[in-house]
Ligand binder design. Sequence first.
Ligand code: MSP
Length: 491
Amino acid sequence: MPNKKNKKSKFYVTTPIYYPNDIPHIGHAYTTIAADILARWHKLSGNEVFFLTGTDEHGKKIEKVALEHKKTPKDFVDSLIPKFKDAWAKLNIKYDRFIRTTDKEHEKVVKEILQKVHDNGDIYKGVYEGYYCTGCEAYYVEKDLVNGCCPIHKTPVEKLKEESYFFKLSKYQKKLLELYKKNKRFILPVSRGNEIVNRVKEGIQDLSISRTSFRWGIEIPFDKKHITYVWFDALTNYLSGVDYPSGNFKKFWPADVHLVGKDILWFHSVIWPAMLLSAGIKTPKTVFAHGWWTFNKEKISKSRGKVINVDELIALAGVDSARYFLFRETPFGQDGDFSELVLIDRHNNELADKLGNLVSRVTTLAEKYGVDKCKNKLVAKLKFKEINNYIANYELDKALNLIFEFIDICNEYVQQNKPWETHDKKVLYELIDSIKAIAIVLWPFIPETCEKIAKNLKFEIKSFEQIEKSLEPQKIKKAEILFKKIIIKSN
Ligand code: MSP
């Protein structure tokens, strides 16, 4: 059961800011839903929460797509932002701020950080000569390439030679290794952390942080000929998003967790903390890297039409089933395979048959025979502490497994006690009060369904402390069907 003595604190969670070069897809939705689940969980724990998401709007990649659409970069991104906001609204994602890197306040913070790092002697002028992948917005050296192509996009890289400012990343090798040693939770999952530590031990090179061959970016404050490298600009959103150096920054920094995909872990666990160390700002507590979704075992790729966008995801079985599937199917942190059939299977067999059926059966019986308030011994079988620990370790699938174990226990309780024969009002009360607890712990994952349950039982989901407060006995009404089964037509 929730521990009342737990000190209330703050929780600052971020998603990567997405490139608005197309409409959002399942990969973007995955991290954003994860952040929403964590934000909602912490709210129920009584913590003050700040959840930041947004878009990464500068750089060559955006400039190129805008040109293809015969638009200016700003007009082009302006046309896509509503699609992101819309997608998040449809998925029931409740962020606190949507930051855009073209926001004036953000641009100001980027310049401030650049100036600070410069003043600390960590920026010098040179010439960058090497490779660049616009898809990744990343620099590569010869040995990284696969047949002359980007190892991630498998497309040809560009050969660059241009005047550039460099950030003395190499200077921070020792400090970064100390940080990883001191804070064992700085990079999670631990296995991914070990890979980073080994790479940093091998040595890190200074980073080119400005470009002169195109203009779509934030001017370098000490040399207007240069614009800021898009990753230096983008990472700074985590500070500007909380109004660095005042306002929410004071309350929420350091971030509790930056959720990122495994492909961008290097930027977040090496470059970002080094930038902060140089600017004299505290480093975040955790960077958590999740895995990648494939689609029917194939890499999600626009060119092969293997992209599942947010509308398609929702159309399969509804918002809550999509949210549930993504976090039950695969351990957060590992790669997963997206299959429409498996999603529908889980919708039918778990959400409809286990949760939906429990709510429907119990409310039907309670409407018929009434409930009688008593001590609820059944709810003690909900392993809240373990579930809470799993969430603290980002083991969202394990948390869901335990919640569903409790749903199974409740279904068995109905079978064993046969309230349709005994008309036992106390048993029905225990079941109704346990359904209340289920609705609270499942709310972060499937909020719409849980709010329907709460409305039916006439309470509002606010805090985990409600689990311990027995529901007021009342006239129960049979609940509407929560999940309609989906019949798969075979061709
Ligand atoms: N703009 C940068 C992030 C800057 S954060 C300071 C960026 N944007 S992105 O739009 O390309 O990708 C954002 C996220 O989507 C990444 O975390 C990436 O891992 C994730 N995904 C993209 N495709 C994915 C899957 N197929 N599966 C899971 N996540 C994937 O990178």
